[in-house]
Ligand binder design. Structure first.
Ligand code: FEO
Length: 169
């Protein structure tokens, strides 16, 4: 049985993952309407990944005798001025998520819930990958600057980049 404090923290994380999925879906849709086909595909995949992160938590809470709360979500930003702005927002968001995951891990230790602590290690590893990827993308965009040819190649190549090596295990 999950302790109330742990259940609450996990439900908070469910909302964060659901919101991440929603934000990246809005980003994907914006990129699609801007003719950035590769970027939009990358972001659609990223959105799916976040939904999977949410699902994993929903199922864990329920399996452990808690009740997962499916949250109401706020409307994400609809318009971005540029790719660097979009990916900086994404990077900042992932940094925030990492902080929240770390807090959750900390609560697990305080509450001596070693099972949830163990479960959360997957998320800790995932955040390292996601942050690193977002930083690499920002480095590339900073290098490209406003070079149109560079941006064309960026959009073409990003479609092939996988958000995560490991799919939902
Ligand atoms: Fe599921 Fe990108 O945090």
């Amino acid at each position: 049985m999950l302790k109330e404090k742990i259940e609450e923290a996990l439900n908070k994380q469910i909302k964060i993952e659901a919101e991440s999925s929603q934000i990246y879906l809005a980003m994907a849709s914006w990129a699609e309407t801007e003719g950035l086909g590769g970027t939009s595909q990358f972001l659609y995949k990223h959105s799916d990944e976040e939904r999977m992160h949410m699902l994993k938590l929903v199922q864990y809470v329920n399996e452990r005798g808690g009740k997962a709360l499916i949250p109401q979500l706020s409307q994400p930003e609809k318009v971005y001025n540029s790719l660097p702005e979009l990916f900086q927002t994404l990077l900042n968001h992932e940094i925030m998520v990492s902080g929240e995951i770390n807090n959750l891990v900390d609560i697990c230790l305080q509450e001596k819930d070693y099972t949830t602590h163990n479960f959360m290690q997957w998320y800790v590893a995932e955040q390292i990958e996601e942050e690193a990827l977002a930083r690499t993308i920002m480095d590339k965009l900073n290098m490209i600057g406003s070079d149109k040819g560079g941006l064309y190649l960026f959009d073409r190549d990003i479609e092939g980049i996988s958000v995560n090596v490991e799919q939902g295990k």
